[in-house]
Design a protein around this ligand. Structure first.
Ligand code: FES
Ligand SMILES: [Fe+2]
Length: 395
Protein backbone atom coordinates (compact mmCIF):
# COMPACT_ATOMS: atom_id res chain seq x y z
CA UNK A 1 0.00 0.00 0.00
CA UNK A 2 1.41 3.46 -0.86
CA UNK A 3 1.44 6.50 1.44
CA UNK A 4 -2.06 7.50 0.36
CA UNK A 5 -4.71 6.65 2.93
CA UNK A 6 -7.06 3.97 1.70
CA UNK A 7 -10.18 4.79 3.65
CA UNK A 8 -12.20 1.61 3.16
CA UNK A 9 -9.33 -0.89 3.04
CA UNK A 10 -8.18 0.45 6.40
CA UNK A 11 -11.66 0.40 7.88
CA UNK A 12 -12.44 -3.09 6.62
CA UNK A 13 -9.06 -4.89 6.54
CA UNK A 14 -10.74 -8.32 6.51
CA UNK A 15 -11.88 -7.71 2.93
CA UNK A 16 -8.29 -7.49 1.70
CA UNK A 17 -6.74 -5.68 -1.24
CA UNK A 18 -5.69 -8.50 -3.58
CA UNK A 19 -6.73 -8.55 -7.24
CA UNK A 20 -9.89 -10.56 -7.95
CA UNK A 21 -9.55 -13.70 -10.13
CA UNK A 22 -11.42 -13.42 -13.43
CA UNK A 23 -12.38 -17.08 -13.11
CA UNK A 24 -15.26 -16.11 -10.80
CA UNK A 25 -17.00 -14.51 -13.79
CA UNK A 26 -16.19 -16.91 -16.62
CA UNK A 27 -15.75 -20.41 -15.24
CA UNK A 28 -18.75 -22.73 -15.87
CA UNK A 29 -17.62 -24.81 -12.89
CA UNK A 30 -17.60 -21.74 -10.63
CA UNK A 31 -21.09 -20.85 -11.87
CA UNK A 32 -22.43 -24.31 -11.01
CA UNK A 33 -20.93 -23.99 -7.53
CA UNK A 34 -22.67 -20.61 -7.17
CA UNK A 35 -25.93 -22.25 -8.20
CA UNK A 36 -25.68 -25.09 -5.66
CA UNK A 37 -23.92 -23.46 -2.71
CA UNK A 38 -25.16 -19.88 -2.95
CA UNK A 39 -28.35 -19.26 -4.95
CA UNK A 40 -30.10 -22.42 -3.79
CA UNK A 41 -29.30 -21.51 -0.16
CA UNK A 42 -30.39 -17.87 0.15
CA UNK A 43 -33.46 -15.64 -0.09
CA UNK A 44 -33.91 -14.02 -3.52
CA UNK A 45 -36.17 -11.09 -4.31
CA UNK A 46 -39.00 -12.09 -6.64
CA UNK A 47 -41.48 -9.22 -6.53
CA UNK A 48 -43.35 -6.49 -4.67
CA UNK A 49 -46.57 -6.86 -2.70
CA UNK A 50 -48.26 -4.30 -4.98
CA UNK A 51 -48.12 -6.98 -7.70
CA UNK A 52 -50.55 -9.05 -5.57
CA UNK A 53 -53.34 -6.58 -4.80
CA UNK A 54 -56.14 -9.12 -4.26
CA UNK A 55 -56.88 -12.69 -3.26
CA UNK A 56 -55.94 -14.78 -6.26
CA UNK A 57 -53.41 -12.33 -7.72
CA UNK A 58 -50.61 -14.45 -9.15
CA UNK A 59 -47.35 -14.11 -11.02
CA UNK A 60 -45.00 -16.57 -12.73
CA UNK A 61 -41.26 -16.10 -12.17
CA UNK A 62 -38.46 -17.80 -14.12
CA UNK A 63 -35.90 -19.04 -11.62
CA UNK A 64 -33.31 -20.41 -14.04
CA UNK A 65 -30.71 -20.44 -11.28
CA UNK A 66 -32.95 -22.92 -9.40
CA UNK A 67 -33.68 -24.83 -12.64
CA UNK A 68 -37.37 -24.13 -12.14
CA UNK A 69 -40.24 -21.69 -12.56
CA UNK A 70 -42.31 -20.59 -9.58
CA UNK A 71 -45.89 -19.45 -9.25
CA UNK A 72 -46.49 -16.80 -6.58
CA UNK A 73 -50.11 -16.33 -5.46
CA UNK A 74 -52.02 -14.48 -2.75
CA UNK A 75 -54.24 -16.94 -0.88
CA UNK A 76 -57.66 -16.40 0.69
CA UNK A 77 -55.90 -15.78 4.01
CA UNK A 78 -54.00 -12.89 2.43
CA UNK A 79 -50.63 -14.67 2.49
CA UNK A 80 -48.43 -14.79 -0.59
CA UNK A 81 -47.19 -18.35 -1.26
CA UNK A 82 -44.86 -19.82 -3.84
CA UNK A 83 -44.92 -23.15 -5.70
CA UNK A 84 -42.92 -24.88 -8.37
CA UNK A 85 -44.81 -24.66 -11.65
CA UNK A 86 -44.95 -28.47 -11.92
CA UNK A 87 -48.12 -30.57 -11.93
CA UNK A 88 -48.15 -33.46 -9.45
CA UNK A 89 -49.55 -35.83 -12.11
CA UNK A 90 -47.00 -36.08 -14.90
CA UNK A 91 -45.15 -32.84 -14.52
CA UNK A 92 -46.79 -30.50 -17.01
CA UNK A 93 -46.48 -26.82 -16.21
CA UNK A 94 -49.60 -25.76 -14.35
CA UNK A 95 -49.36 -22.19 -15.58
CA UNK A 96 -48.46 -22.43 -19.24
CA UNK A 97 -48.77 -18.86 -20.50
CA UNK A 98 -48.82 -16.76 -22.51
CA UNK A 99 -49.87 -14.65 -19.49
CA UNK A 100 -47.28 -14.42 -16.71
CA UNK A 101 -49.53 -12.71 -14.16
CA UNK A 102 -53.20 -12.31 -13.46
CA UNK A 103 -55.96 -13.20 -11.03
CA UNK A 104 -57.59 -16.60 -10.55
CA UNK A 105 -59.53 -18.81 -8.13
CA UNK A 106 -57.47 -21.90 -8.88
CA UNK A 107 -54.67 -23.28 -11.05
CA UNK A 108 -55.78 -25.78 -13.69
CA UNK A 109 -53.33 -28.10 -15.45
CA UNK A 110 -54.53 -28.23 -19.02
CA UNK A 111 -52.97 -31.66 -19.74
CA UNK A 112 -55.48 -33.82 -17.80
CA UNK A 113 -57.33 -31.26 -15.74
CA UNK A 114 -55.85 -31.59 -12.25
CA UNK A 115 -56.76 -28.47 -10.28
CA UNK A 116 -55.03 -26.74 -7.36
CA UNK A 117 -56.27 -23.99 -5.06
CA UNK A 118 -54.43 -20.79 -4.15
CA UNK A 119 -52.79 -22.58 -1.22
CA UNK A 120 -51.39 -25.22 -3.60
CA UNK A 121 -53.71 -28.00 -2.44
CA UNK A 122 -54.89 -30.49 -5.05
CA UNK A 123 -58.66 -30.02 -5.23
CA UNK A 124 -59.91 -31.81 -8.33
CA UNK A 125 -58.81 -34.90 -10.30
CA UNK A 126 -60.79 -36.22 -13.25
CA UNK A 127 -61.42 -40.01 -12.85
CA UNK A 128 -59.78 -40.04 -9.44
CA UNK A 129 -61.14 -43.57 -8.78
CA UNK A 130 -58.83 -44.97 -11.49
CA UNK A 131 -55.74 -44.13 -9.42
CA UNK A 132 -54.38 -46.61 -6.86
CA UNK A 133 -54.10 -46.84 -3.09
CA UNK A 134 -50.56 -45.46 -3.10
CA UNK A 135 -51.94 -42.15 -4.34
CA UNK A 136 -53.20 -39.68 -1.77
CA UNK A 137 -54.69 -36.38 -2.86
CA UNK A 138 -53.55 -34.61 0.31
CA UNK A 139 -49.92 -35.55 -0.38
CA UNK A 140 -49.94 -34.24 -3.92
CA UNK A 141 -50.35 -30.50 -3.76
CA UNK A 142 -47.98 -28.21 -5.62
CA UNK A 143 -44.42 -28.34 -4.25
CA UNK A 144 -43.94 -25.21 -2.15
CA UNK A 145 -40.98 -22.84 -1.95
CA UNK A 146 -40.34 -20.50 0.98
CA UNK A 147 -41.85 -17.02 0.66
CA UNK A 148 -41.49 -14.05 2.99
CA UNK A 149 -41.86 -10.30 2.76
CA UNK A 150 -39.56 -7.48 3.88
CA UNK A 151 -40.74 -3.85 3.50
CA UNK A 152 -43.13 -4.96 0.75
CA UNK A 153 -40.43 -6.82 -1.21
CA UNK A 154 -41.37 -10.46 -1.79
CA UNK A 155 -38.50 -12.93 -1.43
CA UNK A 156 -38.42 -16.65 -2.18
CA UNK A 157 -36.21 -19.48 -0.89
CA UNK A 158 -35.83 -22.84 -2.61
CA UNK A 159 -36.26 -24.53 0.77
CA UNK A 160 -39.95 -24.30 1.77
CA UNK A 161 -38.91 -24.07 5.44
CA UNK A 162 -35.53 -22.32 5.46
CA UNK A 163 -33.41 -22.54 8.59
CA UNK A 164 -32.90 -18.77 8.48
CA UNK A 165 -35.88 -16.40 8.30
CA UNK A 166 -35.77 -13.54 5.79
CA UNK A 167 -35.42 -11.01 8.63
CA UNK A 168 -32.46 -12.93 10.07
CA UNK A 169 -30.89 -13.32 6.63
CA UNK A 170 -31.11 -9.58 5.87
CA UNK A 171 -30.04 -8.68 9.41
CA UNK A 172 -28.57 -5.21 9.72
CA UNK A 173 -29.05 -4.25 6.08
CA UNK A 174 -32.77 -4.91 6.52
CA UNK A 175 -32.86 -2.74 9.64
CA UNK A 176 -30.84 0.00 7.97
CA UNK A 177 -33.19 0.34 5.00
CA UNK A 178 -36.43 -0.24 6.90
CA UNK A 179 -38.95 2.55 7.39
CA UNK A 180 -38.56 4.16 3.98
CA UNK A 181 -42.04 4.74 2.44
CA UNK A 182 -41.60 2.07 -0.27
CA UNK A 183 -45.31 1.21 -0.15
CA UNK A 184 -46.35 4.76 -1.11
CA UNK A 185 -44.23 4.75 -4.27
CA UNK A 186 -46.40 2.77 -6.62
CA UNK A 187 -45.80 4.57 -9.93
CA UNK A 188 -43.43 2.12 -11.59
CA UNK A 189 -41.08 2.42 -14.55
CA UNK A 190 -39.41 -0.92 -15.32
CA UNK A 191 -36.70 -1.89 -17.80
CA UNK A 192 -35.48 -5.43 -18.32
CA UNK A 193 -33.34 -7.31 -20.78
CA UNK A 194 -31.14 -10.38 -21.06
CA UNK A 195 -27.45 -9.48 -21.12
CA UNK A 196 -24.81 -11.86 -22.45
CA UNK A 197 -22.57 -11.53 -19.43
CA UNK A 198 -22.04 -13.03 -15.99
CA UNK A 199 -24.38 -11.71 -13.30
CA UNK A 200 -21.45 -10.21 -11.37
CA UNK A 201 -20.12 -8.34 -14.41
CA UNK A 202 -23.54 -6.67 -14.65
CA UNK A 203 -23.97 -6.07 -10.93
CA UNK A 204 -20.43 -4.72 -10.46
CA UNK A 205 -21.10 -1.98 -13.03
CA UNK A 206 -23.86 -0.71 -10.72
CA UNK A 207 -21.84 -1.02 -7.51
CA UNK A 208 -19.34 1.81 -7.82
CA UNK A 209 -19.27 5.48 -8.79
CA UNK A 210 -15.76 5.33 -10.28
CA UNK A 211 -17.28 5.00 -13.78
CA UNK A 212 -19.62 7.98 -13.55
CA UNK A 213 -17.35 10.68 -14.97
CA UNK A 214 -16.52 8.54 -18.00
CA UNK A 215 -19.50 6.30 -18.81
CA UNK A 216 -22.05 8.92 -17.71
CA UNK A 217 -20.31 11.99 -19.14
CA UNK A 218 -23.34 12.30 -21.42
CA UNK A 219 -26.22 11.87 -18.98
CA UNK A 220 -24.69 13.31 -15.78
CA UNK A 221 -21.85 15.69 -16.74
CA UNK A 222 -19.78 16.66 -13.67
CA UNK A 223 -22.62 15.41 -11.54
CA UNK A 224 -21.32 12.86 -9.07
CA UNK A 225 -18.39 12.13 -6.83
CA UNK A 226 -16.44 9.04 -7.91
CA UNK A 227 -15.86 8.14 -4.24
CA UNK A 228 -18.38 6.41 -2.03
CA UNK A 229 -19.45 7.72 1.36
CA UNK A 230 -20.42 5.98 4.61
CA UNK A 231 -19.72 2.42 3.46
CA UNK A 232 -21.03 -0.25 5.81
CA UNK A 233 -20.28 -3.96 5.55
CA UNK A 234 -23.21 -5.90 7.01
CA UNK A 235 -22.51 -9.64 6.86
CA UNK A 236 -22.74 -10.66 3.19
CA UNK A 237 -24.69 -7.45 2.46
CA UNK A 238 -23.27 -3.94 2.02
CA UNK A 239 -24.33 -0.34 1.71
CA UNK A 240 -22.82 3.03 0.89
CA UNK A 241 -23.71 6.52 -0.26
CA UNK A 242 -23.34 7.86 -3.78
CA UNK A 243 -22.67 11.59 -3.50
CA UNK A 244 -22.84 14.57 -5.81
CA UNK A 245 -19.75 16.45 -6.85
CA UNK A 246 -19.30 19.83 -5.15
CA UNK A 247 -21.52 22.22 -7.09
CA UNK A 248 -22.80 19.41 -9.34
CA UNK A 249 -24.66 18.33 -11.23
CA UNK A 250 -25.05 20.90 -13.98
CA UNK A 251 -28.71 21.71 -14.54
CA UNK A 252 -30.14 22.08 -18.00
CA UNK A 253 -33.13 24.47 -18.20
CA UNK A 254 -35.42 21.43 -18.54
CA UNK A 255 -33.88 19.75 -15.47
CA UNK A 256 -34.31 22.99 -13.46
CA UNK A 257 -38.00 23.04 -14.32
CA UNK A 258 -38.40 19.32 -13.54
CA UNK A 259 -36.75 19.82 -10.15
CA UNK A 260 -39.06 22.76 -9.34
CA UNK A 261 -42.12 20.66 -10.13
CA UNK A 262 -41.22 17.49 -8.27
CA UNK A 263 -38.62 15.34 -6.54
CA UNK A 264 -38.09 12.65 -9.12
CA UNK A 265 -34.45 12.65 -10.11
CA UNK A 266 -31.21 11.41 -8.57
CA UNK A 267 -29.70 14.66 -9.84
CA UNK A 268 -31.91 16.89 -7.67
CA UNK A 269 -30.30 18.53 -4.67
CA UNK A 270 -32.47 19.12 -1.66
CA UNK A 271 -33.43 18.53 1.92
CA UNK A 272 -33.37 14.85 2.86
CA UNK A 273 -36.33 14.22 5.09
CA UNK A 274 -37.65 10.76 4.21
CA UNK A 275 -34.55 8.71 4.83
CA UNK A 276 -34.21 6.21 7.68
CA UNK A 277 -31.96 7.53 10.49
CA UNK A 278 -28.92 5.38 9.67
CA UNK A 279 -28.78 6.64 6.08
CA UNK A 280 -26.49 9.64 5.49
CA UNK A 281 -25.74 9.92 9.23
CA UNK A 282 -23.47 12.95 8.76
CA UNK A 283 -26.23 14.73 6.82
CA UNK A 284 -23.74 15.35 4.02
CA UNK A 285 -25.36 18.01 1.76
CA UNK A 286 -23.80 16.22 -1.23
CA UNK A 287 -25.63 12.96 -0.45
CA UNK A 288 -27.43 11.78 -3.61
CA UNK A 289 -28.73 8.28 -2.84
CA UNK A 290 -27.99 5.20 -0.80
CA UNK A 291 -26.73 2.18 -2.73
CA UNK A 292 -27.39 -1.03 -0.82
CA UNK A 293 -26.62 -4.53 -2.05
CA UNK A 294 -28.90 -7.16 -0.56
CA UNK A 295 -26.72 -10.19 -1.16
CA UNK A 296 -26.42 -11.78 -3.55
CA UNK A 297 -28.08 -9.99 -6.46
CA UNK A 298 -30.54 -7.27 -5.43
CA UNK A 299 -29.65 -3.57 -5.26
CA UNK A 300 -31.90 -1.07 -3.46
CA UNK A 301 -31.29 2.68 -3.86
CA UNK A 302 -33.22 5.19 -1.80
CA UNK A 303 -33.42 8.98 -1.70
CA UNK A 304 -36.10 11.57 -1.02
CA UNK A 305 -39.08 11.15 -3.34
CA UNK A 306 -38.08 7.93 -5.10
CA UNK A 307 -36.35 4.62 -4.93
CA UNK A 308 -34.98 2.34 -7.59
CA UNK A 309 -33.79 -1.24 -7.68
CA UNK A 310 -31.63 -3.44 -9.87
CA UNK A 311 -31.65 -7.19 -9.94
CA UNK A 312 -29.32 -9.56 -11.76
CA UNK A 313 -30.85 -13.01 -12.15
CA UNK A 314 -28.27 -15.51 -13.41
CA UNK A 315 -29.40 -17.68 -16.34
CA UNK A 316 -26.02 -19.13 -17.34
CA UNK A 317 -22.39 -18.30 -16.64
CA UNK A 318 -22.59 -15.79 -19.49
CA UNK A 319 -26.28 -14.84 -19.44
CA UNK A 320 -28.16 -12.64 -16.98
CA UNK A 321 -31.64 -11.19 -16.73
CA UNK A 322 -31.21 -7.56 -15.65
CA UNK A 323 -34.20 -5.65 -14.33
CA UNK A 324 -34.02 -1.97 -13.37
CA UNK A 325 -37.12 -0.42 -11.79
CA UNK A 326 -37.88 3.11 -10.58
CA UNK A 327 -40.65 3.83 -8.12
CA UNK A 328 -42.32 7.20 -7.47
CA UNK A 329 -45.43 8.33 -5.64
CA UNK A 330 -48.35 8.49 -8.08
CA UNK A 331 -48.21 11.99 -9.58
CA UNK A 332 -50.91 14.38 -8.36
CA UNK A 333 -50.71 16.81 -11.27
CA UNK A 334 -49.19 17.29 -14.71
CA UNK A 335 -46.12 19.03 -13.27
CA UNK A 336 -45.27 16.07 -11.06
CA UNK A 337 -45.86 13.72 -13.97
CA UNK A 338 -43.48 15.77 -16.11
CA UNK A 339 -40.92 15.73 -13.31
CA UNK A 340 -41.14 11.93 -13.07
CA UNK A 341 -40.87 11.42 -16.80
CA UNK A 342 -37.80 13.63 -16.79
CA UNK A 343 -36.21 11.75 -13.89
CA UNK A 344 -36.94 8.31 -15.26
CA UNK A 345 -35.65 9.19 -18.73
CA UNK A 346 -32.40 10.45 -17.24
CA UNK A 347 -32.06 7.11 -15.48
CA UNK A 348 -32.98 5.19 -18.63
CA UNK A 349 -30.21 6.99 -20.50
CA UNK A 350 -27.74 6.27 -17.70
CA UNK A 351 -28.76 2.60 -17.59
CA UNK A 352 -28.27 2.33 -21.35
CA UNK A 353 -24.77 3.74 -20.82
CA UNK A 354 -24.17 1.23 -18.00
CA UNK A 355 -25.47 -1.84 -19.80
CA UNK A 356 -23.57 -0.96 -23.00
CA UNK A 357 -20.26 -2.05 -21.46
CA UNK A 358 -21.24 -5.40 -20.02
CA UNK A 359 -21.33 -7.82 -22.94
CA UNK A 360 -18.01 -6.56 -24.31
CA UNK A 361 -16.50 -6.77 -20.82
CA UNK A 362 -17.64 -10.36 -20.41
CA UNK A 363 -16.36 -11.38 -23.85
CA UNK A 364 -12.97 -9.83 -23.11
CA UNK A 365 -12.75 -11.54 -19.72
CA UNK A 366 -13.75 -14.83 -21.36
CA UNK A 367 -10.72 -14.55 -23.65
CA UNK A 368 -8.66 -15.37 -20.54
CA UNK A 369 -6.13 -12.78 -21.66
CA UNK A 370 -6.24 -11.43 -18.10
CA UNK A 371 -6.18 -13.58 -15.00
CA UNK A 372 -7.27 -10.93 -12.49
CA UNK A 373 -9.14 -7.65 -12.11
CA UNK A 374 -7.61 -4.83 -10.04
CA UNK A 375 -10.02 -2.97 -7.80
CA UNK A 376 -9.37 0.42 -6.20
CA UNK A 377 -10.44 1.45 -2.71
CA UNK A 378 -13.81 2.89 -3.75
CA UNK A 379 -14.69 -0.34 -5.52
CA UNK A 380 -14.99 -1.88 -2.05
CA UNK A 381 -18.61 -2.94 -2.58
CA UNK A 382 -17.52 -5.05 -5.56
CA UNK A 383 -14.58 -6.52 -3.65
CA UNK A 384 -16.81 -7.44 -0.75
CA UNK A 385 -19.24 -9.06 -3.20
CA UNK A 386 -16.59 -11.48 -4.49
CA UNK A 387 -15.51 -12.26 -0.94
CA UNK A 388 -19.10 -12.93 0.16
CA UNK A 389 -19.62 -15.32 -2.75
CA UNK A 390 -16.37 -17.10 -1.86
CA UNK A 391 -17.50 -17.39 1.76
CA UNK A 392 -20.65 -19.22 0.63
CA UNK A 393 -18.80 -21.47 -1.82
CA UNK A 394 -16.30 -22.45 0.89
CA UNK A 395 -18.81 -22.88 3.72
S1 FES B 1 -49.75 -33.50 -16.09
FE1 FES B 1 -51.07 -32.15 -15.11
S2 FES B 1 -52.95 -33.14 -15.13
FE2 FES B 1 -51.65 -34.55 -16.10
FE1 LIG C 1 -23.72 3.84 -13.89
Amino acid sequence: MNAHTHLWAERFPEIGTDPVPVDACISPDYFEREREKLFKKVWLKVGRVEEFPQTGSWKLVDMDIWNTQIILARGVDGRIRGFHNTCSHRGNTVVSGPETSGRTRHFFCNFHGWTYDLEGQLTDIPQEEEFFDSFKRCENGLTPVGVDVWEGFVFAHLDPAPAQSLAAYLGQVGERLAGFPYGEMTAVYAYRTILNCNWKVAQDAFSEAYHVTTIHAGSFPDGFNAKLGDVEILGPHRSGSVCMADGGPKQTPVAKLAHQLGTSSIAKRGVRTELPPLINPRRDPNFAFELAVLFPNFLVHIMDGLYFTHQFMPIAVDKTLWEGIQYFRPPQNAGQRFSQEHGQLLQRNAWLEDTATMEATHAALASRSKKVMHLQDHEILIRHGYKSVEDYLNA
